[in-house]
Design a binder for this molecule. Structure first.
Ligand code: CA
Length: 696
């Protein structure tokens, strides 16, 4: 019997076992470890502890996927996007929307069972890079567990949505945020945090799922040596730092992926970039700066350090190494190896022996100019010294801070033995300030606008594609080109399907074995989050929490596609006939008159770029998530000062910036916005192609 046929037979047997039994989510470690015996469910964010994101269901397959249609949808009352992977347990779907609002739904019909709003601080958006998103939640023995953007971790009753416990995991006086999904391992909820660009000290915490009591904490970078080290691992790490790195926290936050091997009892943690981005500013005198941009293996029940592999020693380019770490057992050179695989933001695809952290292979999957290769003897990158930036000279380096691959989930299909992920080419003109001018509670990347810029010919046009990567041969098998960067997370299924959203606003099914496009539907927005598959009463569904989201749509300005469609949970099945509303068109209206001088407008543009651009987009182009200021209404123009200085819209995520922008600067920023809106009046946002679908 072929592996694929065997998988299908197993699925058919289990399809009969799935039925809605009410929202009890009685999920423990044994069920997650044996997740392949319950293909109808999706019980942890990566479906398995090894984060494979492969569904053994095959009722929807490469022969019939052309009949896929919308079964139901849920509007999530926001345009702020979604990065969430929903969970499904025994016919009930649990998902999390913007501002960490939790929903329990009948997975067959979309009927709302309960909704819980943890009341996260909306004004905290100011201390985050990329929107009030969450990548998911966890279920454990009758509880639904999630984190808030402002640093809380909480559990609610899976049957009722009633709160059970709620704890702070970060210092509210520091610019920590949380966007990652918790995982529950050996009864402990594992959660990280974010804030590498603002200046925090990264760590991972584990809390008892039953009580919310803190059990252990592992810092990813050392603190001030004068205060003593928390562990031997921190004493070891501190030897690789110089200067007074702790003043800005150092960075290294574990803001996305974890995976777990129950046989080895190892929890794998991916860590982020340093603060400041420049190692010369962060750690004058050099050093590897452990554990920045590393994969660290810990004992799950104690948080004790076991091994690490640092992908980018002396991290220098905002290379977070937090991307999904997928565990698989694959044959390399005729030998079965227990591997951990990561398609890193730094452009290399790493395969490690997950028992000991030894590097097995590392090949670039995009154009990389920060390093030419990884030395297999030492496991260290060979940096391109001619591309090192300074305070005087900016250098264009690839990949950019958007990454060759970012948090968008990847998938390993054990039948094709290929790994699939959205990749992208891009470059960035990196520079650094002369000295590290650290500002608490502010964006602290210390790039130097006064450094000499490289010629325009050094720019790298941003492009995107989905890669099918052969991890045994350590090379690309084939690729699917897309219209631009920042395509969606990937699901594979035993139906020989590869499913993902694209930056162009399509949701697409391809044949997993060769990349043939089999079906698509225009959904009017990016589906960047990871799709899932599940079944209820024997019928298979495919779901995605659709909405344009993440750093590129927020910061990227004109590089990003524009989507003005609300964030929606979309659920598909064969023969589904539900219809989506069209997105109303919006036009840039003539702005109020202004007699600002060209000099004042230029001053406003500079002030906008310093403070506003990281959310509202470069050149005033917003991708539809955060309000595009060119579309400001007459009422918003009239209220401009009270919004920016008075915090009149703090409840919608726009906090007061009175502490960092002066009243004359606000006036100049307003004049700049008016000048651009006047130039561009009449331009239209909106899509009239929503739900057009086809089998090619
Ligand atoms: Ca980062």
């Amino acid at each position: 019997m072929s592996p694929r046929f065997g998988m299908i037979a197993a699925c058919l047997w289990f399809l009969g076992a799935a039925s809605a039994q009410g929202a009890v989510a009685d999920v423990g470690g044994a069920r997650i470890i044996a997740a392949d015996k319950e293909p109808q469910n999706w019980m942890t964010v990566g479906r398995t502890y090894g984060e494979g994101r492969f569904s053994p269901l095959a009722a929807i397959n490469d022969r019939n996927v052309g009949r896929l249609g919308l079964a139901w949808y849920l509007d999530l009352d926001t345009k702020l996007g979604s990065e969430t992977t929903p969970l499904v347990v025994d016919g009930v779907m649990y998902t999390v929307g913007a501002w960490n609002v939790i929903y329990a739904l009948d997975a067959k019909t979309g009927r709302l069972l309960w909704r819980y709003d943890p009341k996260s601080r909306h004004d905290w958006l100011r201390y985050m890079c990329c929107g009030p998103a969450s990548r998911g939640l966890a279920v454990w023995k009758g509880r639904v567990i999630a984190a808030t953007i402002d640093g809380r971790l909480f559990a609610v009753d899976a049957a009722t949505g009633k709160p059970l416990w709620d704890v702070r995991t970060t210092d509210p006086n520091k610019p920590y945020s949380i966007t990652g999904a918790p995982r529950v391992v050996r009864g402990l909820v594992v959660i990280g945090n974010a804030g590498g660009e603002f200046g925090v000290r990264g760590y991972v915490s584990a809390y008892a799922a039953t009580s919310g009591k803190l059990k252990w904490r592992f810092y990813t970078v050392p603190g001030n040596p004068a205060k003593g080290f928390e562990s031997k691992a921190m004493a070891m790490a501190a030897k690789t730092w110089h200067g007074k790195w702790w003043r800005s926290g150092g960075g290294g936050p574990a803001w996305d992926a974890f995976s777990y091997d129950p046989d080895l009892d190892l929890l794998y943690v991916g860590t982020g970039n340093g603060n400041a981005w420049s190692r010369d500013l962060r750690s004058p005198g050099g050093g590897d700066n452990l554990f920045l941009c590393s994969i660290v293996a810990l004992r799950a029940d104690t948080g004790r350090y076991v091994w690490h592999y640092q992908e980018v020693p002396g991290e220098n380019w905002d290379y977070d190494c937090v991307q999904q770490m997928t565990l698989a057992d694959i044959k390399i050179g005729g030998v079965e190896r227990k591997v951990l695989m990561q398609a890193s933001k730094d452009g290399f695809f790493y395969v490690l022996d997950r028992t000991n952290g030894k590097l097995l292979s590392a090949q670039p999957f995009v154009h990389t100019t920060w390093a030419s290769r990884i030395d297999m003897k030492t496991g260290r990158p060979v940096e391109n010294e001619q591309n090192l930036y300074t305070d005087k000279q900016a250098k264009v380096v690839s990949p950019s801070p958007f990454g060759a691959h970012n948090w968008q989930p990847m998938s390993y299909d054990p039948l094709t033995r290929l790994v699939y992920f959205p990749a992208q080419e891009s470059g960035w003109a990196y520079s650094r300030t002369t000295t590290f001018d650290y500002h608490p509670m502010a964006w602290n990347i210390s790039q130097n606008p006064k450094a000499k810029r490289p010629p325009a010919s050094a720019n790298v046009p941003a492009t995107g594609f989905t890669l099918a990567w052969d991890p045994a041969a350590n090379k690309e098998a084939w690729r699917i080109p897309h219209g631009g960067p920042w395509n969606g997370g990937v699901l594979t299924t035993a139906g020989n399907l590869l499913i993902e959203g694209t930056q162009g606003g399509e949701f697409v099914a391809y044949r997993a074995s060769n990349g043939d496009k089999l079906w698509h539907m225009h959904i009017g927005t990016g589906a960047v989050a990871g799709p899932i598959s599940y079944s209820v009463d024997g019928e298979q569904y495919i779901a995605v929490s659709a909405g344009w989201a993440g750093s590129l749509p927020i910061i990227g300005g004109g590089i990003a596609a524009i989507h003005d469609t609300p964030t929606r949970l979309l659920v598909f099945k064969l023969g589904g006939g539900e219809t989506l509303p069209q997105t109303p068109r919006r036009v840039i209206a003539p702005p109020p008159p202004s007699n600002a001088s060209a000099a004042e407008i230029a001053r406003g543009e500079a002030a906008y770029n310093k403070t506003c651009r990281i959310c509202h987009g470069g050149d005033l182009v917003s991708s539809g998530m955060i309000p595009d200021l060119r579309f400001m209404s007459a009422a918003t123009h009239a209220e401009f000062d009270s919004i920016v200085l008075g915090g009149a819209r703090a409840d919608r995520g726009m906090a007061s910036f009175a502490d960092s922008v002066s009243a004359p600067d606000v006036e100049a920023i307003h004049a700049y916005i008016i000048s651009v809106a006047k130039r561009e009046q009449g331009r239209v946002f909106g899509s009239d192609r929503i739900q057009e679908s086809g089998s090619k």
